[in-house]
Design a protein around this ligand. Sequence first.
Ligand code: URA
Ligand code: CA
Length: 436
Amino acid sequence: MRMVDLIQKKRDGLSLTKEEIDFIIEGYTKGSIPDYQLSALAMAIYFQGLTSEETANLTMAMVESGDQIDLSSIEGIKVDKHSTGGVGDTTTLVLAPLVAACGVPVAKMSGRGLGHTGGTIDKLESFKGFHVEIDNEEFIRLVNKNKLAVIGQSGNLTPADKKLYALRDVTATVDNIPLIASSIMSKKIAAGADAIVLDVKTGLGAFMKSEEDAILLAKEMVEIGKNVGRNTVAIISDMNQPLGVAIGNALEVREAIDTLKGKGPKDLEELCLTLGSHMVYLAGKAESIEAALAMLKEKIENGEALQKLAIFVEEQGGDPNQVLQPELLPQAPYQVQVVSPKAGYVHSIQAGELGVLAMILGAGRETKEAQIDLSVGIELLKKIGDPVQEGEALAILHMNVPEHPAVYQRLLDAIAIGATEPSVPPLVYKEITPYY
Ligand code: URA
Ligand code: CA
């Protein structure tokens, strides 16, 4: 096989076979196919697209390009959740203990990464002593015992995706739906998921700005799941404003604890119940989505979901008292109210900008080496549609310095106040499932 012939084939709008796709991904991973040929192919795919069969084959070729996590010694159907990335997205911290309390095994592999706030591991390190440096045996033992454990990312997962994603980034071929879908799905499958629930964000603060594109991406991923034998469901949810009220590490942990008690922000709760009901259903722990939803609500009401978080934190070296008394979590020394200069209604909140501001305050990393401050961040007091008086607080800045005039001003600029009551965007736009 010659790479040049395969580029030409795709350029001319023909389909590549499984053998051809395997040849390309293997060759690219080990370096026998150079970047310039993959660049040409990526651009050909950008214009010609991929069939659903090609997309499934590409996904599995990337899964097989590196290590795959073997979770077969964990009892039950392992359901993983993935979000395409929002601002202040606290869903994992809520969902992991919530669905574990329903008997769904949650074997979570997580990273730190760059971004507005830390990753799930950073957030969990808000609990004093909590750590993810456990070996595989201990990880599996804990999931079998408590249905929930988190381990740090290790091994060489989907090296082909890593290399291809970096190449796409510099060749203007990132924004292509089959390529995005296979990239995301390959990582989840290599991490051992039997079934996958996707939270595809749409709106100004999301990767997929339009609802149409978000639906196309979601359908593509659900289709991959169907073709490779991993049941996949996608929820299209709003990212025209941050989810919940907290953007920051310990702040989001507190918000998750509130939500596990049934006292969290309504939007965060609703999204967690929606995603969670599909996770519980896919794991075979409920007869229907409705029954799964009722089970989740029960676990919140009877305190088992919160108890699950406390047990999990303690098993991994953390202080469970901080779950029961969240005021013991890290707190920033300075809390500054950002007040509205005028009366009206909140019309929009630029989620992406708020993420950047949280990072400037120290909640996230701009470079891999950067230290993060678990205590700092932004707490929103108003969301879209809320009425505001002149001089009323819109948000609280949790800071490690007494003032930060630039962040204060940018936060004010990011929240638009209008005279009339606006329409509030829905939280969940659509559910895309393979079974109905
Ligand atoms: N996120 C991914 O993981 N891959 C893509 O291609 C785009 C977004
Ligand atoms: Ca949040």
